[in-house]
Design a protein around this ligand. Sequence first.
Ligand code: MN
Length: 383
Amino acid sequence: MNDKVFFFDTSLRDGEQSPGCTMHHAEKLRFAHALANLGVDIIEAGFPIASDGDLGSVQAIAREVRGPRIAALARCKLGDIEAAARAVEAAPLNRIHTFLASSDLHLQAKLRITRAQALDQVAQCVALARTHTADVEFSAEDATRSDLDFLLQMIAVAIQAGATTINLPDTVGYSTPAEYRALFETVRTRIKNADSVIFSTHCHDDLGLAVINTLAGVEGGARQVEVSVHGIGERAGNAALEEVAALMHIRHDAYPYTNGLKLDEIGPTSRLLDDIISFTPSPNKAIVGRNAFAHASGIHQHGVLANPLTYEIMSSAAFGVHSNTIVLGKHSGRRALQHRLQELGFTLTPEELNDTYTRFTTLADRKKTLYDQDIIALVAQPA
Ligand code: MN
């Protein structure tokens, strides 16, 4: 089986529809260009039936952004499909992504339709989407809480009607890695012509498993991953693009898959998202958090200055992330202070260093973090 994994970014759709992540037209367009530079394969640009604003943004992205395939989301409704088709028609590579719930809970409580009606709707809407584009994705919403035999029927109907990508979302973040992997293996074994379509993951982080479930799905045979930058998305969010990418890169021995991402564009894309939405990732967030490459304890600082491999499994530069390697504070040792002094242009004798270090620790007990100007003042101060 091919080892190439397609990255489908949904920051502009699942991400944008979550609290604090609303984006204006110009911001969406700017972010879509950044995603193109990052090398994602597919950009889910929005949900055109939701508002005229969303329709306009998807249209602008489809007109202007080149490289990735531009996708628009549509419920399994004729009006939604037509709106999505209009929104992406200007893109040379486009996709209509349509979805319908496959779980009885959703069919009964939300949609109030029977299983038979659901299958008819899927057949009709996927076929309509195919009249507009050769690239149609079908998602069986809430796939992980669906009756397996009915889910298989729905997938078969979607493929029969012309779907080219089949997404099995863990819509509510409920699945475990073993279950999610087995779901893809079972579906790929039991669906006829499974190799004629691409299977896709879409995981939510309600139990903190979005990234590992995504990789489990890939192990089960999925070759598209639906992710978002910083993991923005409904509730606890989606699988974070940067974490899935880092895992495939740093642990390529365990996850031997390839992708088209330019890893060092992760930092610039992350900083642009910081500028656009109303919150930044928590400082301890993997890869993009402010502390992800920072060291504050003296033992760690000493080790990293001697050889970064002692406490770092990857370099911040590989991801285009600014490193904040050594944070000076009360846990720092002489070596970290000496290193920073040298960077600031001071060469001290051992006695001077001892003296400065004593005053440094006194100050650090009062002040939580010491900045360069604090260090310079310490040296300038007569002993
Ligand atoms: Mn979702």
